[in-house]
Design a protein around this ligand. Structure first.
Ligand SMILES: Cc1ncc(COP(=O)(O)O)c(C=O)c1O
Length: 389
C-alpha cells in the first residue's frame, strides 16, 4: 500500500510532509518502514520529552488502559485530582483546568482573563513574533502576521508589543488591559530568549496594576530549560501558566494553572472540555513527573544543555554564516544568514531530524534524556551538511 498516496488522496494539505514513513521509535531514534534508523533531535516538536516509547510510559499506558480510559468531567476519578496536586506542588498555590492541546490551553487562559476583567477590561497584550496556537483566540494572540493573514478579521482585544521592550509594553497598556501573555523563550519565533530584567519589570508592573501575568510554557515547560518550568529561571511567578507538549510525553494534554484570585471567580458551566484530563492521559502525565524525578531529568538537561551550547558555539567559530547561537537548557537555536529549511532537509536525508523555524533559524530540542553521544552524532551530521554548502 502506498501510504504517501493515501495521505495525498485522503488528508488535507495542511502540512509540508517530507521523509520516509516511520513505524517505530525508541529513545532518541525513529525507525522507518525499511528498517533505517534516524536520530531524532526534535522528537514530536518538543512533545516527546522522554524520547519515543519510554518503557515506564508504555507500562502505565497499558495498565491504565485496562482500568479506565475516559470519564466525563462531571464525575470523580483518581488520576486527574492527583495530577492537579502534582502540578501545584511543583509550581505555586493554584487550581488547574485540564484541556488537550496548547492552543486550547491558551483559549482557556484568554477566557479566564476576560472573566477576571468583568466585562470592563478585556485587552490582552502579547509579544511580536510570539506563537500561541492556531485556534481563533490563540491565533489572534499570536504576534506573527503570516499565521493570521488568510483568516482576517482576527478577534479584537489583542495588542502586540516589541519583545524585550518594557517601554513599549508600558506605552500599550490602557484602561482596558487585563493581562499579558508571554513566552519566556519564543520557540516558533526563532528561539528568542526574554531578558531577566525585562520579565521582572513586566511582572512587577502587572502586580502593581492588577494585570494578569500569563506565561505560555507550552514549549518551555516540563524541564526543557533546565528547571521544571521556565519561569523558575526568572525571579517571577505567573498568575496563569499554560502547560502542554511534554506534560503528556506524547499523549494529548494541556493544563492551565490558575492562581486563586482568578480561580475564585470561575463557576460551573463557564468552561469545559470533554476529553480534558481523562484518566488515561492524567495517569501518564503523573508518570512523567515521576520519571523526571527518578531519572534526574532536569539535571540531565542542565548538563547536556551546557554541552550542546558549547558544541554549537564551536560550530559558530567554524562557519561564518552562523549568525547566532541561543537558547536555554535543551532548547537551542542556530541563526543562519540564509534560509534554514534546506539544511533541515539535507540533515533529514542523512537521517538526522532537527527543525527549521522563523525562516533562518535551525532548532534543536532533543529528548530531555538524550546522551552526549547522541548529541555528538547529530552535530557530526549537521557539520557534514554545513561543510557541503
Ligand atoms: C508556545 C506555544 N504555545 C502554544 C502552542 C500551540 O500548541 P498546540 O499546537 O498544541 O495547539 C505552541 C505550539 O507549538 C507553542 O509553541
Amino acid at each position: 500500500m502506498d501510504i504517501k498516496k493515501l495521505y495525498q488522496k485522503y488528508t488535507l494539505n495542511t502540512y509540508t510532509r517530507v521523509g520516509p514513513i516511520f513505524v517505530k521509535g525508541k529513545g532518541s531514534w525513529l525507525i522507518d518502514d525499511a528498517g533505517q534508523r534516524y536520530l531524532d533531535l526534535f522528537p514530536g516538536w518538543g512533545v516527546s520529552i522522554l524520547g519515543h516509547c519510554h518503557p515506564g510510559i508504555v507500562k502505565v499506558i497499558k495498565g491504565q488502559a485496562g482500568r479506565l480510559i475516559h470519564l466525563p468531567n462531571n464525575l470523580y476519578q483518581v488520576e486527574q485530582a492527583m495530577l492537579a496536586k502534582e502540578i501545584v506542588n511543583n509550581s505555586y498555590p493554584a487550581k488547574v483546568f485540564f484541556a488537550n492541546s496548547g492552543a486550547e490551553g491558551v483559549e482557556t487562559a484568554i477566557k479566564f482573563s476576560r472573566l477576571y476583567g468583568r466585562g470592563c477590561r478585556y485587552e490582552i497584550i502579547t509579544m511580536k513574533n510570539s506563537f500561541h496556537g492556531r485556534t481563533f483566540g490563540a491565533l489572534s494572540a499570536t504576534g506573527q502576521n503570516k499565521y493570521k493573514i488568510s483568516f482576517k478579521p482576527i478577534l479584537p482585544g489583542f495588542k502586540q508589543v516589541n519583545f524585550n521592550d518594557f517601554a513599549d509594553f508600558k506605552r500599550k497598556v490602557s484602561s482596558k488591559t487585563v493581562g499579558v501573555i508571554l513566552e519566556l523563550i519564543q520557540g516558533e519565533g526563532g528561539v528568542d530568549t526574554s531578558g531577566k530584567e525585562y520579565v521582572k519589570k513586566v511582572s512587577d508592573y502587572c502586580r502593581r496594576n492588577d494585570l494578569l501575568f500569563i506565561i505560555d510554557e507550552v514549549q518551555t515547560g516540563m524541564g526543557r530549560t533546565g528547571k521544571l518550568f521556565c519561569y523558575q529561571n526568572y525571579a517571577v511567578a505567573p498568575d496563569i501558566m499554560i502547560l502542554s507538549k511534554g506534560l503528556g510525553a506524547g499523549l494529548p494534554i494541556s493544563a492551565v494553572v490558575v492562581k486563586e484570585k482568578i480561580a475564585d471567580i470561575i463557576k460551573p458551566g463557564m468552561h469545559a472540555s470533554t476529553f480534558g484530563g481523562s484518566p488515561l492521559v492524567a495517569r501518564v502525565s503523573r508518570e512523567v513527573f515521576k520519571i523526571i524525578k527518578k531519572e534526574k531529568i532536569v539535571n540531565n538537561v542542565e548538563r547536556r544543555g551546557r554541552y550542546l551550547m558549547e558544541r554549537l558555539c564551536e560550530l559558530k567559530k567554524e562557519f561564518s554564516f552562523i549568525k547566532d547561537i541561543r537558547g536555554m537548557g535543551l532548547m537551542a537555536g542556530i541563526e543562519l544568514k540564509f534560509d534554514a529549511y534546506p539544511i533541515f532537509y539535507e540533515c533529514l536525508k542523512k537521517k538526522l531530524i532537527i527543525n527549521s523555524t522563523h525562516k533562518n533559524v535551525l532548532r534543536i530540542m532533543p529528548a530531555l534524556n538524550v546522551t552526549n553521544k547522541e548529541l555528538d552524532r547529530g552535530l557530526e551530521i549537521l557539520k557534514e551538511v554545513l561543510t557541503q554548502l
